[in-house]
Write a protein that binds this ligand. Sequence first.
Ligand SMILES: *[C@@H]1O[C@H](CO)[C@@H](O)[C@H](O)[C@H]1NC(C)=O
Ligand SMILES: *[C@@H]1O[C@H](CO)[C@@H](O)[C@H](O)[C@H]1NC(C)=O
Ligand SMILES: *[C@@H]1O[C@H](CO)[C@@H](O)[C@H](O)[C@H]1NC(C)=O
Ligand SMILES: [Zn+2]
Length: 422
Amino acid sequence: MGKLFTVLYYVFILVISLSLAEKIRYDNHKLYSVTPKHLESLKFLRHLEEEGWQNYNFWTSPTRVGTPVSILVAPEGFAEIEKMAASSNMDVKIVHQNVQQLIDDESSRSTVSTARSGNFGWDSYHTLDEINSWLISLVETYPNLLTTVEGGKTYENRTILGVKLSYSNANANNTVFLEATIHAREWIAPAVQTYILNEFLTSNNASVRQLAESYDWYFFPIFNPDGYEYSHTTDRMWRKTRVPHSILCAGADPNRNWNYHWGVAGTSASPCSDAYRGPAAFSEPLVRSAAEFIESVAEKLVAYISFHSFGQMLLLPYGHTSEHLDNYDLVYDIGLKAAETLRQRYGTEYVVGTIYDTIYPASGSSVDWVKGMFKTPIAYGYELRDRGEFGFLLPADQIVPTALETLDSFITIFEEYEKSKD
Ligand SMILES: *[C@@H]1O[C@H](CO)[C@@H](O)[C@H](O)[C@H]1NC(C)=O
Ligand SMILES: *[C@@H]1O[C@H](CO)[C@@H](O)[C@H](O)[C@H]1NC(C)=O
Ligand SMILES: *[C@@H]1O[C@H](CO)[C@@H](O)[C@H](O)[C@H]1NC(C)=O
Ligand SMILES: [Zn+2]
């Protein structure tokens, strides 16, 4: 009897671990664009997001009446969504009928191009190992300019790997910190950041050279390596950390976990929500250790910029209050000019404003923490392309255009910042 139980127990464990190792599929899951038309329906959507209901994966947060929300819906959730549509409290549109198809297109493209070229490029998205190997190979190629830096450690014991780029010792107190992919599924973010790093090393363009050589730079393409790896191996839609906070759902939102007005607004207390703020500020090892690293370099920083997707927004602190604090006027003005430069290349429109005004009250982000703690002059969060047509599954042929327009806006940010000091 005991033996049988033991055998069954191991069969059970095996089945569980096989099912955990398997890639989650999104066959016939639909991407909806849902626009609440009344306060009641807005509140209902917020409730769904906060509770982290299983069949609804929010790609954007419900912000205000009239603003569409992107929601990935499992087949089990269609009836509820259709009911919402029928009730005429919301406009409901289907953007994609089968999200698995988009995911398949994305990975077939990357397999083909990686196999063909065999080296790092920007015509496909890369895994954590590929990005880290590329960083290490760059440091070997440019030993006088680059050093590897460890930005922190994660729950699964991965290193947050970055590089420091320095063309001159004179730039030490003129340091810019670039962070990307604190949210795992936002794959365009590390692609853009690595592109900019490559330009800073190889471009012959005078404006790019001037920018690269006038500052010291920290590049951290993958701030949430556990999550990013998981988004490649298991669940393309993963956003959070991998800390097992509850039996039902892993992870907390590492961009709601920083110890500055933590938990004040726009976060969730439910471990199953993608906006789960964690059980305490700095509960997430990657956030806590990254904060220690940032603190150690904070007095040298003139800028802290965080890359996210999607929505085409340039976001300013803060997310916990509607007040326009610190050097808001300057940073808003520079942001408008940067967005105008960004628009010129391909016509891509960005919205500029505080997190609170532009998206939704949301506290505990890295940008808010840095600005609040250290009053770093320039602090922005980019929400890169697009506005919901593909969302997180932005086709790889948009990587280079997205990177180019972002680099254009970067040049304006720092030119305008230098002017403001005169
Ligand atoms: C991380 O490393 C520590 C120390 O070696 C170990 O105790 C812990 O179990 C590891 N955690 C994971 C999730 O592998
Ligand atoms: C940076 O600032 C510190 C503290 O003010 C100063 O001691 C140091 O000389 C400065 N370094 C450079 C390269 O300007
Ligand atoms: C140099 O790069 C900037 C920013 O990307 C761009 O606006 C400008 O047109 C480039 N200049 C040349 C000569 O290519
Ligand atoms: Zn994000």
